[in-house]
Design a protein around this ligand. Structure first.
Ligand code: NAD
Ligand code: IPM
Ligand code: MN
Length: 353
């Protein structure tokens, strides 16, 4: 029996609501598996903590996390605390500090979900977005000049390093091989971004030479957004920058059913640091506290955690069980047209497992 230590940061808004259901599923799946068990430590960090302590987490918070096998996170951010503080000081600092440079976000239309796309079918929407997760426009580099004057000017610098761009593109090609030779599509914007994206395209071209067995495509991000709606079937493994990946995976969530089912893994492939699993949605202040948030995104992240812990059959089991629950149509939250509570969905999923 292997024991994995999980740091749980449930966070703000619907974060704690969906994480509770995710943990129920984790425990049941581990019990069925019989070779793995989880030990949880809960960290009450987030916006409420900020209002009491003036910071999002204690000074040694990141050190405390370092020893865990993985982090399971709900959502961060709530009205009352500026987003650039809450997110940069908690979520983004974890991704950065633990070099979770790969953000793996499946955009897959599961059986039982009707895509908002008229022509969408499960055959045509199944892509894996590999989002660069450590640099780009998220580097936090910039300047605020001559504040309050007519000459006021702000610079937000995108940082793209050889190491950072090469490793994420290489990860995408390796993933394409792991998945039996799927195609790799790079999404960039070199027609307007004459440094960062020209560099990105060059590195993509270079790395692709090492993978003659993998077919490639390259799109400008605006066209890619259009194709994701008009012809999503053309994408398999997608690799893109931090900011473009952020935006395109919300679009991906939309074509695959909505924010309620979009999951993500922030991975340090070298396993030098803990990786972090989280739904890609936020704290949803508009529905927080009502018990109606869809927990399926948080549960899909649990499936990704089982994959990460080398239990892919268990990960797949959770995903097919989500499809079973969808097929029943009896236990769905309002965003999926049902009347069920967050808790009822988690409980039903555990029963179906
Ligand atoms: P959001 O994802 O929280 O919500 C967008 C819309 O989707 C809302 O209408 C919400 O009700 C709906 N939604 C989201 N998750 C849902 C779920 N599980 N079930 C049903 N409906 C769901 O995005 P936002 O409103 O732009 O951001 C709210 C806060 O969350 C902000 O502070 C933002 O910075 C933060 N945020 C955090 C994360 C994170 O922690 N990873 C991600 C995105 C946004
Ligand atoms: C996400 C979120 C974060 C991001 C925000 C909250 C900083 O939108 O995980 O997609 O932009 O990465
Ligand atoms: Mn996002």
């Amino acid at each position: 029996m292997e024991t994995k230590r999980i740091a749980v940061i449930a966070g703000d808004g619907i974060g704690p609501e969906v994480v509770t259901e995710g943990i129920k599923v984790m425990n049941r799946a581990a019990q069925i598996d019989g070779t793995i068990q989880f030990e949880y430590t809960y960290f009450p960090w987030g916006c409420e903590y900020y209002t009491k302590h003036g910071k999002m987490l204690p000074d040694d918070g990141l050190e405390q996390l370092q020893a865990f096998d993985a982090i399971y996170l709900g959502a961060v951010g709530f009205p009352g605390v500026p987003d650039y503080i809450s997110l940069r000081e908690l979520l983004l600092v974890i991704r950065k500090k633990f070099d979770q440079y790969v953000n793996i976000r499946p955009v897959k239309l599961l059986k039982g979900i009707e895509s908002p796309l008229r022509h969408g079918t499960e055959q045509t929407i199944d892509m894996l977005v590999i989002r660069e997760n450590s640099e780009g426009e998220y580097a936090g580099v910039g300047e605020w000049l001559e504040k309050g004057t007519p000459q006021e000017k702000v610079l937000q610098t995108g940082v793209f390093t050889r190491k950072g761009v090469e490793r994420i593109i290489r990860y995408a090609f390796e993933e394409a091989r792991r998945q039996g030779g799927k195609s790799v599509t790079s999404i960039s914007k070199a027609n307007a971004l004459n440094y960062s994206m020209v560099f990105w395209d060059e590195v993509f071209e270079e790395v692709s030479q090492e993978y003659p067995d993998i077919s490639t495509h390259s799109y400008l991000v605006d066209a890619a957004a259009m194709f994701m709606v008009m012809d999503p079937g053309r994408f398999e493994i997608v690799v893109t920058s931090n900011l473009f990946g952020d935006i395109l995976t919300d679009l991906g969530a939309a074509i695959a059913g909505g924010m309620g089912i979009a999951a993500g893994a922030n991975v340090n492939p070298e396993r030098l640091y803990p990786s972090m699993f989280e739904p890609i949605h936020g704290s949803a202040p508009d529905i927080a506290g009502q018990g109606i948030a869809n927990p399926l995104a948080a549960i899909w992240s649990v499936s990704q955690m089982f994959d990460f812990f080398e239990r892919p059959e268990r990960g797949a089991h959770i995903l097919t069980t989500i499809e079973k629950l969808l097929a029943e149509k009896t236990t769905l939250t309002p965003d999926f047209g049902g009347h069920a509570t967050t808790e009822a969905v988690g409980t039903r999923l555990v029963e179906l497992l």
